[in-house]
Design a protein around this ligand. Structure first.
Ligand SMILES: *Cc1c(COP(=O)(O)O)cnc(C)c1O
Length: 374
């Protein structure tokens, strides 16, 4: 398992998040975050010292950003989706002539953003498999973009090693922390310069809001991200931001169940005759297990495995009464999908299973039952 001090630290942050607002209350104020939808704020003559316009800053964003900052251990900037956060970082930190290294097996929209947009603006895009990132050639690279565990293959790379080598070569490091969340893994502690994450997944947790954020201890770089948000205009609506902070209140509780169940599902599949290519960073047989155990305080909510072919994978998801056939992950309902449908470089029968909040033994039984029926 993970280092005990990282678990204690996780619990401290979860409790601090729950009591953050309470610690600031004046008599008569609401204990929960008010949903303020105003686009304008009283603006007397002179330089604005506080809120003035809804594209610049809002009270609900500040409430969410303060809670995310507790999880990240650094200031954060809220975005309306994970991709808005990722594109804001790339477009605010790169320039024509820059070279970026991205994972060849990472989130497909990030790869497409690089090849279809960044290249048009004169950015050179190089790729490397996640598991090989610690040995990647970073000569001439300006920005190293890592994703660990990667989506969908759940490969792992050592953030401290990647960062040390990148910094020595003069590059900055950006980590997509979506599959772990800031509660389970804190890339900034390993020297990473900027963290991006899709809060659409476990942080909001109920499959009913898209959101994302950027976190950094580098004030200048984060200011460029904040400026880009105001100019690009990709901003979270107040209700979406409010839903995210509501979800964050139960993140630790949900993740505890979900990670425990994900490990139980993975362990139940280890010797299953119909399953091959099983992937879960918490299994000792995973090639990145030792690294994951060092840098994550639990191993996440995603399990990957291969069934015989596309038809067997589709049949499995259809037959399991506790799996919704749907994309995305991190919601309270377990779901699964065949990733090859999106063109990911995985086997036709590869299933990415997103473990939800169902009781552990009930979900394990349902998964095994659907495999045996097949
Ligand atoms: C889902 C996801 C994203 C994009 O998030 P959206 O909120 O859908 O824009 C980015 N990176 C990873 C690893 C993801 O899983």
């Amino acid at each position: 398992m993970s280092a005990p001090d990282e678990s204690a630290e996780r619990e401290r942050r979860a409790a601090a998040l729950l009591h953050h607002r309470a610690s600031t209350l004046a008599p008569g104020e609401s204990t929960t975050t008010p949903l303020v939808s105003s686009t304008t704020f009283h603006l007397p003559p002179g330089d604005p010292e506080t809120f003035y316009y809804g594209r610049a800053d809002t009270p609900v964003w500040q409430a969410v950003e303060a809670e995310l900052a507790i999880l990240e251990g650094a200031p954060t900037v809220l975005f309306p989706s994970g991709m808005a956060a990722i594109s804001a970082v790339l477009l605010s930190q790169l320039e024509a002539g820059s070279t970026i290294l991205i994972p060849s097996d990472g989130y497909y929209a990030t790869r497409r953003l690089a090849s279809r947009v960044l290249e048009r603006f004169g950015v050179t895009v190089r790729e490397c498999a996640t598991a090989a990132f610690a040995d990647a050639d970073v000569d001439g690279v300006d920005l190293v973009f890592v994703e660990t565990p990667s989506n969908p293959g759940l490969d792992v790379c050592d953030l401290a090693v990647v960062t040390e080598r990148a910094h020595a070569a003069g590059a900055i490091v950006v980590a997509d922390n979506t599959t772990s969340t800031a509660l389970l893994q804190r890339p900034l502690e390993h020297g990473v310069d900027l963290v991006v994450a899709a809060d659409t997944k476990a942080p909001s947790g109920h499959s009913d809001v898209l959101a994302g954020h950027v976190a950094s201890r580098d004030a200048e770089r984060l200011e460029r991200v904040r400026e880009w948000r105001g100019l690009g205009g990709a901003i979270a609506g107040p209700f979406e931001a409010w839903l995210l902070q509501r979800g964050l209140a139960t993140l630790e509780l949900r993740l505890e169940r979900m990670c425990r169940t994900a490990l139980a599902v993975a362990e139940a599949l280890v010797d299953h005759p119909r399953v091959s290519g099983l992937r879960y960073p918490g299994l000792p047989g995973h090639p990145g297990h030792a690294i994951a155990a060092r840098q994550m305080s639990a191993f996440g909510t995603l399990v990957g495995f291969e069934l015989a072919d596309a038809a067997a994978a589709a049949r499995f998801v259809e037959r399991c009464p506790l799996l919704v056939s749907a994309t995305s992950f991190g919601g309270v309902h377990s779901s699964a999908e065949r990733r090859a449908r999106w063109g990911d470089a995985v086997a036709d029968g590869f299933v990415r299973l997103s473990v939800g909040c169902e009781p552990t033994a009930t979900l394990v039984d349902a998964v095994l039952g659907a495999l045996d029926d097949g």
